[in-house]
Design a protein around this ligand. Structure first.
Ligand code: ZN
Length: 189
């Protein structure tokens, strides 16, 4: 991502919406926007597989591991407006576990790209299934979309919930129910 190109685009955008990019409050805006975007889409340059493979350790536990309420901030690819909320990840290890903080990192790497919530949810589940090789993985994302909230009426409080269940979380009703109960989402089972 070339900062100068982004700055130029932002200057054009400001003109197109009827603003004066040279007025005092806006002079530094293109640069600030370019810096913000570099941060907001930094996930394109990060490899979640590398994060997992660098933090695997042996474990003979086969109890469900859950990390709840991981904050996520992403951008919808349809409007390039934020959606934000929480992600819950669960898995049942098969010989290997991954450091808990890495689960949050992985969610963040996929969130820091242009996304749709369904794909974000599925990508997190898939990468864990493929590199951690657990019995199963469950991911639930609850998020509010500014493209709905800012443009619509009476949609201000609606949030969207998506889930991805793989392996035993998909095949076993009991496993899925345990996960959903533990994350406080029993009604989804
Ligand atoms: Zn949108």
């Amino acid at each position: 991502m070339n900062h100068q190109n982004i700055e130029e685009l932002v200057r054009k955008l400001l003109e197109e919406i009827g603003e004066n990019p040279n007025r005092e409050g806006l002079v530094k805006t293109p640069r600030r926007v370019a810096e913000a975007w570099a941060f907001l889409v930094r996930g394109y340059k990060q490899d979640p597989a590398e994060i997992i493979n660098g933090a695997l350790f042996e474990s003979d536990s086969n109890h469900m591991v859950i990390v709840k309420d991981i904050e996520i901030y992403s951008l919808c690819e349809h409007h390039m407006l934020p959606f934000y909320g929480r992600c819950h990840i669960g898995y049942i290890p098969r010989g290997k576990v991954v450091g808990v903080s890495k689960l949050a990192r992985i969610a963040d790497i996929y969130a820091r790209r242009l996304q749709i919530q369904e794909r974000l949810t599925h990508q997190i589940a898939r990468i864990l299934m493929d590199h951690l090789h657990p019995e199963g993985v469950g991911v639930v994302v609850e998020a509010k979309h500014l493209c709905m909230m800012m443009r619509g009426v009476e949609k201000q409080n609606s949030s969207m919930v998506t889930s991805a269940m793989l392996g035993s979380f998909h095949n076993s009703v009991a496993t899925r129910e345990e996960f959903l109960t533990l994350i406080g989402r029993r009604e989804m089972s």
